[in-house]
Design a protein around this ligand. Structure first.
Ligand SMILES: CC(C)(COP(=O)(O)OP(=O)(O)OC[C@H]1O[C@@H](n2cnc3c(N)ncnc32)[C@H](O)[C@@H]1OP(=O)(O)O)[C@@H](O)C(=O)NCCC(=O)NCCS
Length: 112
């Protein structure tokens, strides 16, 4: 994607995830990211050249070889350009590099 940089475990502020969630029409709970981040194997942050967070996915884990892909989000301004796919692919490869053998995800049946 043009002008978007991806990072694994690069800093993301709680307030940025609140903004991204609200931009997606979701309900954001301030403090949520600060609370769950210690349980995360890692996350992918996608930023524009002016440092705006436009893509995100989190990988929670069991501290061993099982991980769970969750909270994929693309800002509406960058939707349908392959960003969600790119962010998830990086999360998969980093999770594999970290030694996880299993990466789970859930979804509703009609999005399979
Ligand atoms: C789901 C989401 C992350 C996809 O982001 P994206 O950057 O647009 O994804 P991509 O461009 O890589 O899309 C790949 C394909 O996924 C499918 N897709 C994308 N968004 C979709 C949506 N909202 N519903 C159903 N299918 C979707 C399409 O087949 C798409 O291909 P297309 O653009 O040719 O139609 C984004 O729509 C989003 O943030 N949605 C709101 C939050 C959400 O529901 N997150 C998942 C659960 S927490």
């Amino acid at each position: 994607m043009h002008n978007v940089t991806l990072g694994w475990r690069t800093p993301v502020e709680d307030a940025e995830l609140v903004d991204l969630t609200i931009a997606r029409g979701g309900v954001a709970e301030p403090g949520w990211w600060d609370r769950i981040r210690p349980h995360s194997l890692g996350w992918v942050a996608a930023r524009t050249s002016d440092d705006k967070l436009v893509g995100f996915v989190n990988v929670a884990w069991d501290g061993c070889d099982h991980a769970f892909l969750i909270d994929t989000k693309t800002h509406p301004s960058h939707q349908h350009q392959g960003l969600g796919t790119t962010v998830v692919k990086l999360a998969i490869s980093e999770t594999r590099s970290a030694g996880c053998e299993w990466l789970f995800v859930d979804y509703v049946a009609d999005l399979a």
